[in-house]
Design a protein around this ligand. Structure first.
Ligand code: SF4
Length: 183
């Protein structure tokens, strides 16, 4: 059975799915909460105030092997160094953030784009508030996991009803959807 969708899957949606499948489903329905957009605005501000501007934003488009259209907005790319940068406020959802960057690296690979000397692009997550950075690598194992997660996500988005809430109530208390989920 084909699991591809006709609408694109973005890196942010993919990251939401890894944090909470229900959140990804709600966002795909077009439901955005106010705090969510404030967080995005804050992230953008961090991005624009923390680094020099000799770097490029990238809008990526690709098609997964199963036909699913994929899109990605990369915070900053140092093309000469072959490094994609993603800015985050904190490390609470680090695994999801790592996968989001790997998603972008995969989009480049699907487009046949390589870095200097034909080497694959690398990733880096920057935490300006913490004054630290985390390198992101992408090997065959991570790519396999990513493809599997993407397949699960596309299936989930076809469901007529949202999945159950996650069990981490403490995490939900910081989520913009808390009132919707528990109200
Ligand atoms: S409140 Fe909890 S269950 Fe609801 S979308 Fe947010 S993280 Fe998921």
């Amino acid at each position: 059975m084909s699991t591809s969708t006709s609408y694109p899957i973005g890196g942010m949606l993919f990251s939401y799915y890894l944090i909470c499948p229900r959140k990804a489903w709600l966002v795909r329905q077009g439901i955005y909460m106010e705090q969510e957009s404030e967080d995005v605005a804050l992230g953008k501000l961090l991005d624009e105030t923390s680094y020099s501007r000799n770097e490029k934003h990238l809008d990526l488009h690709a098609t997964a092997p199963d036909g699913t259209p994929l899109v990605g907005k990369v915070d900053r790319a140092l093309l000469r160094d072959g490094v994609l940068h993603e800015t985050k406020k904190g490390r609470t959802c680090q695994e999801a953030h790592l996968s989001q960057v790997r998603f972008y690296l995969w989009l480049l690979k699907l487009n046949g784009v390589t870095g200097p000397g034909g080497a694959p692009f690398k990733g880096q997550i920057d935490y300006p508030a913490l004054r630290r950075s985390e390198p992101v690598t992408m090997g065959p194992q991570q790519e396999e996991a990513l493809v599997l997660q993407l397949r699960h996500l596309t299936r989930l988005l076809e469901e007529p009803h949202p999945p159950a809430r996650i069990s981490k109530r403490a995490f939900c208390s910081k989520c913009a959807f808390e009132e919707l989920c528990y109200g």
